[in-house]
Design a protein around this ligand. Sequence first.
Ligand SMILES: [Fe+2]
Length: 259
Amino acid sequence: MQLDSHIKTLTEFANSHLDGSDDDQFITLKLEHSLKVLENAEQIIAGEGMTGDEADLCRLAALYHDIGRFPQFKKYKTFRDRESVNHARLGVLTLRGLPLPGALPAGHWKIVRLAVAMHNAKAIRPTIPAALVAPVMVVRDADKLDIFRVILEHFSNDPPSSSAVTLNLVNEPDDYSEAVYQAVMNAGLCDYHDMRYVNDFKLLLVSWLYSLHYQTSLSLAKARNYPEQLFSLLPDDDKIRRLRDTIYPLLHYKDSRPS
Ligand SMILES: [Fe+2]
């Protein structure tokens, strides 16, 4: 597979949405994110020993996973799906309409499109077809790993640079929602609808540490110090310390489980 020609295709498609305005930064941000997700996917593929078609499908799904972001932003001027369109579904439609390089069997493109469609689903049913598991899970892990990077860079700016990243949540340094805290504490999934404060969003990211599918992904998150960085951005109170003391041993256990 000629990955370079696919990278060129996505880059040209993204750049066709530039119009010389201030909004160009958002297009560039999403192109950069797509390429970083591909890089993360390469590390997961290598760490998990994936090869051949399976590895190639993971690469393509990673590269194209957010292709819907470009037409979404052009039309609606927002990345908020609830106020515009499900960008994963729009990504599938975009892929269908785009001339793509190389001769990939139709069945393979279908797998890539399904992985794109599922990349932002809250949870994945364990009954999905076996051929879909790697492309879907590699993309979801690789995407989460890059979102950690984007968010942590964002919060390290003082004041944080743009509300586009934090979805216009309330920034009260000491506040977070009990429902979100309890969900994370119980290793459950957070509901975006419960999120009210910026700290809730950070707690959501803590919950993602649990939901990384591959051991390689968790190792990458730990090697990049994402858990420590996340906790350093949360309030320093008893409940958050209890959460940290609960989560660290679990992360260590997950990391040392036999594969
Ligand atoms: Fe996405």
